[in-house]
Design a binder for this molecule. Sequence first.
Ligand code: CU
Length: 489
Amino acid sequence: MPAAEEQASGMVPGAALADPPDLNPAAPGDLTVELTAVQQEVMISGKKVMAETYNGSLVGPTLHVVPGQRVTLNLVNKLGTSTNLHFHGLHLSPEGNADNIFLSGKPGRTLTYQLDIPANQPPGTYWYHDHDMCPKSGQSMPGMTMPADPANGRCDGTESQIGAGLSGTIIVGDNRESLPPAYRGVTAHTLALKDAQLKDGSSIVYPDGVLEPASATVRLVNGQYQPTLTMAAGETQLWRIANEGYAIAYDLQLDGGSFTIVGQDGNPSAAPAQVNHLLLPPGGRFDVLVTAGAPGSTWLRTLAYSTGPTADNYPDTTLMKVDVQQGGGAGLAGMSASPQVAGPLPGALPDLSGEPVARSRSVELNDDGGNNFSINGKLFDMQPTFAEPATLGTVEEWTLTNTSGQNHPFHIHTAPFQVLSVNGVAQPPADYMDGVTVPHAVDGVAGKVVIRIRFTDFTGKWMFHCHITGHEDNGMMGYVNVSAAGGTG
Ligand SMILES: [Cu+2]
């Protein structure tokens, strides 16, 4: 793979940051929207690149939804491969034509999704992306709606489709309204983090090659190369940051400044924290307040990060310049400390640590150092991971272990979970998320994360998987059947 600088040649840094295009305005009432998945040329900061897009945009258009709303979404497939959608973080049924990743649309077809956004869906930042499953060597996929028949065209799978561009942001409501009055009117920006790995001068690696998370890639914000965000001195903004890439983690730092976390994975914070770093596994989101200092400029960067001894090392990379211009504020040039916000914010989820646990489960993530990625010793085969279903309304405690030499970011569909501990270290109460990094083993001792999850509202297959999508595609996926109380599963 060419060096990142070489891949970025022809891209012009410094253009004003543009939020991704909006698919629709946020408005109550039933909503019908259309996403067309199509391969076409896009401009990345002045460089023409072939990509897979929604509606022609490398970063898919932002879908705005309102709690309680019914959204009809038509996914028009103009790709050469089957495709589908997952609505990451939304509390939707995993069955029917809702958030059902067993649906798959062949080339030329339109899939129609009906999404009933719950009235209590927390306002915040979510995302959508392809989640198509394909038969791979070593996997059997009985029950697929899309047979593995070459006559039906390609089945590229999740890694290559997200890698080629197929992801975008979902914003529920406007979480500024949950902030203290001083911050309700602040400017909000969406920052979609997604890299582009360019095989040659003009094409994202896929579909003509295989993406390599360990190799050089160009880090982009909203599909722009090192854009510039302008703030007034002393100004506070809300940044809705989403890692919409296929594999790569981000360890964000705002040089000279800090972040106040008001939401994580869409969930309002119980205790908003001021932090110097934000670690975003693939699929992770943070809603943060940031405050500019005196006039000057600084950088949002991702720090050097290793996913483990057997895996990838990402270099320190500047992502976005922040230019602070004259305004009312004072302090150091560039950024200032982000504000203190008292919690809990409205909608913060309750602490599950004192709840009775209906069932405990163990989930062991492992890989053989090659292309086999397993859960509890099994490659995903479309069958449930556990013989025993979970019961609607109950809380379960799951112990996630990682016996491999690399981190695996673990994601559950349908509802968020609370992290109780990481490698034995207790985590803050009511720290909810829908993805957590399960650390790699050290000296033969598995990494360990303990979570609790409440199964509410929806029966059916609650999926879980590693969100390094190549691992997911190659077997590190499973599901638990959730059945109604008194049901037979
Ligand atoms: Cu993984």
